[in-house]
Design a protein around this ligand. Structure first.
Ligand SMILES: NC(=O)C1=CN([C@@H]2O[C@H](COP(=O)(O)OP(=O)(O)OC[C@H]3O[C@@H](n4cnc5c(N)ncnc54)[C@H](O)[C@@H]3O)[C@@H](O)[C@H]2O)C=CC1
Ligand SMILES: O=C(O)C(=O)COP(=O)(O)O
Length: 643
C-alpha cells in the first residue's frame, strides 16, 4: 500500500524499449552480503566466530569501497571461511528472507520483464541462482562466480576461469554480454560503478537502501534509496504509487529522536530544525514538505499553509493544538494529529509537586539556603491535606490531577464548560467565580482556545481567597500576567507556579523576560510540564504511528481536525477523497464509478461542517479514466489512491 499524490504519474506505461538492468546481488538485491552470512553459518559454535566474521566483513567492505582490489578481497575472504557444501542450502533460505524490501515489494516487475534483467555479481552462483529464481530471473541471466570444493565438500576457493573472479571482472563480463541498447547498472559497490566508467552502461544508480558508500554515491548518476525510486524515475510500473523516500518530513522543536527513527524506518526523508521557526522562516521551509512535526511553540498559520504545497499531515508532538490553524488545515485537506494522553501524567505530577512546594514556601527558602541564610520557621507554611483544590478545566489533565490530589487528602472542586464525569469525591462548581471564591489553590488546565485569553484577569484574581495560590500549566495567554504580578506583589495571592507564558523564547539561547521574575513565592519553569523522558518517548511513538496509519490506510482516528473514521482492512484499491462538504459530492463520486463499471467493495463516509471524507474500496479492475474523472469531481480538495 502506498500514497499517491498524482495518480497519472503513478501508473505510467513502461518506457519502451526497456533498458537492460544490470543489478548487483549482495547488499543490493539482498540486504546483506552472501559471503558474510555464509561465514556466520559456517562458524556457528566456533570460538573465534565473531572475530573471523568481523574480519570477513571488513574485507568485503574494503573490496566494495575500492580500497582493496577485488580479487585480493575475495581470496582473503575465502581463505578465512571454513564453509562446506551443506551450509549452502541454509544460506539460501536465509537470503530468501533478506531480499531488499523494495525488491520484494516490486516482485511483479521482475516477473514481467525477466529478459531485461541480469544479476551480475562477484558473489556466487550457488546461492544467487535459487534466490533470484523466486523472482522469475532465469539461471542464464545470473552471471556470478562459482565455488570450488574438495572431495569432502569443503569450499576451497573459486573458479579462476570465471571472469568475475578477476579485477575488473564486471567490466569483462559486460563486454562478453555485448548488450545492444541502453544499459543501466544498479548497485552499492565500486565495481558496479566501474561498468559505467568503462563506458559499458549509460547510467549508474547507487542503491543505498541497505548501505550507502560515500565513494560510490559520489560517482553515481542517481542515488536510489529504494527500487521504487528507480521505477518512479523511469516511469516503470510499480507497486507503490509514490516512492516513500520522496515523502519529506520536517521536524521542529526537538521531539524525541524516536520520531525521526520511525519516519526513517518507513522510508521517509527526515529533516530536523532544533528549536522553533517563526512564521516567515516556516513559510520558507514548508514547500515540498509532506509531514510537518511541531510542538507547542510553532505557529502554523494560514500564511504558512498557503505555502504548504505538498502537506499531507501535521503532527503536534504535544497535547495542545491551539498553535495550528486547524480549520484552514482542514480546508486544505491537511490532517492534524496530536498526542492527547502521552504527557498528561507528567503535567499532573508537576502540578502536585508545585502545590506542595508553594504551600511550604520553598521558592523562598531554597534560594536563601543557597545564599547561606538559615530561616527556620513555620510562618505561611501549610499541609495540603484538607485544603480545597480548584481545578479549572476538567479534561484529561484536570481529572487525572483530581484523582491524585484526593489521594493525598485534598478536597477537589472543579469547573468545566463541558459536562464532565465527576471523579471520586470531586465537587462540580457551576461557575468559575464559585470555584475561585472557595479554593485555597486554583490550578488551570483549560485548553488554549482563543476565547480563553485572560480567562484569569484582575477581576478573577480579586475573587480568589487572600493568600490563595494559582498554578498555570495550561497556556500563557490564559492568565493576564501583569494582573497576576500585581496580585502577588500586593500580597493578595500567597504564591504562584507558572510554566507557560504569552511569549516564550524560541530556543534555549534566548533570554526570558517576565514581570513575574523576582516575585516572592513564585515558581517559574520553562514550559516543561510535558518534558519528561517518558512523555517525550511516548509522544514520539504515538504521533508518527497515527500519521503513518493515515498515509498508509486513510485511517483518521484521533485526528483533531478531520472526521474520524476507523477503517477496516483495505481490500484491493482504496480511493481516498477529501472534499468540501456541499450536497451531492458522494453521489457524483458514485456516478463516476458506476459510469465506468467499477465495483465498489466498501464505502465509508464521514463529514464535519467543512469537509467530507469518503473512502471507497474498489476491485482491481479500473482504468486511468476513472481516476481522472474522480479528480475532476467538483469540490474535490485532495484525492489519492492506495494500492
Ligand atoms: N505545560 C505543559 O507542558 C503542558 C500543557 N498542556 C496544556 O494543558 C491543556 C489541557 O490538556 P488536557 O487536559 O489534555 O486537555 P483536554 O482537552 O482533555 O481538557 C481541557 C478541558 O478544559 C475545558 N475548558 C476549556 N475552556 C474552558 C473554560 N474557559 N472554562 C472551563 N473549562 C474549560 C474543556 O472543556 C476540557 O474539558 C492543553 O490544551 C495544553 O494547552 C498540556 C500538556 C503539557
Ligand atoms: O503538550 C502540550 O500541549 C504542551 O504544552 C507541551 O508542549 P511542548 O511539547 O513541551 O512544547
Amino acid at each position: 500500500m502506498g500514497f499517491v499524490p498524482d495518480i497519472t504519474a503513478a501508473m505510467p506505461q513502461p518506457t519502451t524499449p526497456l533498458p537492460y538492468l544490470i543489478i548487483d546481488f549482495d547488499s543490493t538485491f539482498t540486504q546483506v552480503e552472501g559471503l558474510d552470512e555464509l561465514a556466520d553459518i559456517a562458524l556457528q559454535g566456533h570460538p573465534d566466530r565473531e572475530k573471523v566474521v568481523g574480519e570477513i566483513r571488513a574485507l568485503t567492505d574494503r573490496g566494495m569501497s575500492g580500497s582493496l582490489s577485488f580479487s585480493e578481497s575475495l581470496q582473503q575472504r575465502l581463505a578465512l571461511l571454513p564453509a562446506r557444501r551443506e551450509h549452502l542450502p541454509v544460506l539460501v533460505e536465509q537470503l530468501k528472507g533478506k531480499v531488499s524490501e523494495s525488491i520484494v515489494r516490486n516482485r511483479s516487475f521482475f516477473e514481467r520483464f525477466p529478459g531485461r534483467v541480469y544479476i551480475v555479481s562477484s558473489g556466487f552462483r550457488e546461492f544467487i541462482e535459487p534466490v533470484v529464481a523466486d523472482f522469475g530471473i532465469q539461471a542464464d541471466h545470473v552471471l556470478a562466480n562459482t565455488f570450488t570444493f574438495d572431495q569432502d565438500g569443503r569450499i576451497t576457493g573459486f573458479d579462476p576461469d570465471n571472469v568475475l573472479s578477476r579485477d575488473g571482472g564486471k567490466i569483462l563480463q559486460l563486454r562478453e554480454l555485448d548488450l545492444s541498447g541502453d544499459v543501466y547498472v544498479l548497485g552499492d559497490g565500486y565495481t558496479d560503478y566501474q561498468i559505467r566508467e568503462a563506458g559499458l552502461a549509460n547510467r549508474f544508480y547507487a542503491f543505498t537502501e541497505n548501505i550507502s558508500r560515500e565513494a560510490v554515491v559520489a560517482r553515481a548518476d542517481e542515488v536510489l534509496p529504494s527500487f521504487d525510486e528507480f521505477l518512479y524515475q523511469n516511469k516503470l510500473p510499480m507497486t507503490l504509487s509514490y516512492p516513500k523516500n520522496r515523502i519529506k518530513v520536517l521536524l521542529l522543536e526537538n521531539p524525541d529522536v524516536r520520531a525521526a527513527e520511525l519516519f526513517r524506518a518507513e522510508g521517509y526523508q527526515v529533516d530536523s530544525v532544533p528549536g522553533g521557526l517563526d512564521e516567515e522562516e516556516l513559510m520558507e521551509r514548508i514547500e515540498g514538505v509532506s509531514i510537518l512535526g511541531i510542538r507547542s511553540k510553532t505557529q502554523v498559520t494560514q500564511r504558512v499553509l498557503d505555502k504548504a504545497n505538498r502537506l499531507i499531515a501535521i503532527g503536534a508532538f504535544c497535547i495542545g493544538t491551539n498553535q495550528i490553524d486547524l480549520t484552514e488545515a482542514m480546508k486544505r485537506g491537511v490532517a492534524v494529529f496530536n498526542a492527547p494522553f502521552s504527557n498528561t501524567r507528567s503535567v499532573v505530577e508537576l502540578a502536585l509537586g508545585e502545590i506542595i512546594m508553594l504551600a511550604r514556601r520553598i521558592p523562598e527558602k531554597s534560594p536563601k539556603m543557597h545564599a547561606g541564610e538559615w530561616d527556620k520557621s513555620a510562618k505561611g507554611s501549610f499541609e495540603i491535606r484538607g485544603k480545597k483544590l480548584g481545578i479549572v478545566g476538567y479534561g484529561n489533565i484536570g481529572s487525572q490531577l483530581s484523582v491524585v490530589a484526593e489521594a493525598v487528602g485534598m478536597q477537589v472542586l472543579y469547573y468545566d464548560v463541558a459536562e464532565k464525569l465527576q471523579l471520586g469525591n470531586a465537587v462540580r462548581c457551576r461557575t468559575l467565580p464559585e470555584l475561585l471564591q472557595q479554593a485555597d489553590i486554583v490550578t488551570l488546565h483549560v485548553d488554549g482556545r482563543k476565547d480563553n485569553t485572560n480567562l484569569i484577569g484582575a477581576a478573577e484574581l480579586a475573587m480568589m481567597k487572600p493568600g490563595a495560590i494559582l498554578l498555570n500549566n495550561a497556556r500563557g495567554h490564559v492568565v493576564d500576567v501583569p494582573a497576576l504580578a500585581a496580585a502577588l506583589r500586593s500580597g493578595h495571592l500567597g504564591g504562584a507556579a507558572v510554566d507557560v507564558f504569552p511569549y516564550e523564547p524560541k530556543t534555549n539561547d534566548e533570554g526570558f523576560e517576565s514581570e513575574l521574575r523576582g516575585l516572592p513565592n513564585v515558581l517559574l519553569t520553562p514550559h516543561i510540564g510535558g518534558s519528561t523522558a517518558e512523555a517525550q518517548r511516548n509522544i514520539a511513538e504515538f504521533v508518527p504511528e497515527r500519521i503513518m496509519q493515515y498515509i498508509n490506510t486513510g485511517n483518521t482516528q484521533q485526528s483533531v481536525n478531520f472526521p474520524n473514521i476507523q477503517l477496516p482492512t483495505q481490500q484491493a484499491h482504496r480511493l481516498i477523497h477529501i472534499h468540501a462538504n456541499v450536497p451531492g459530492v458522494l453521489a457524483r463520486i458514485n456516478n463516476v464509478l458506476a459510469a465506468h463499471h467499477v465495483n465498489i467493495l466498501g464505502q465509508y463516509l464521514k463529514t464535519n461542517e467543512q469537509i467530507g471524507y469518503v473512502i471507497t474500496d474498489i476491485n482491481q479492475e479500473y482504468d486511468q479514466e476513472v481516476i481522472k474523472a474522480l479528480r475532476e469531481v467538483e469540490h474535490t480538495i485532495k484525492f489519492r489512491v492506495l494500492y
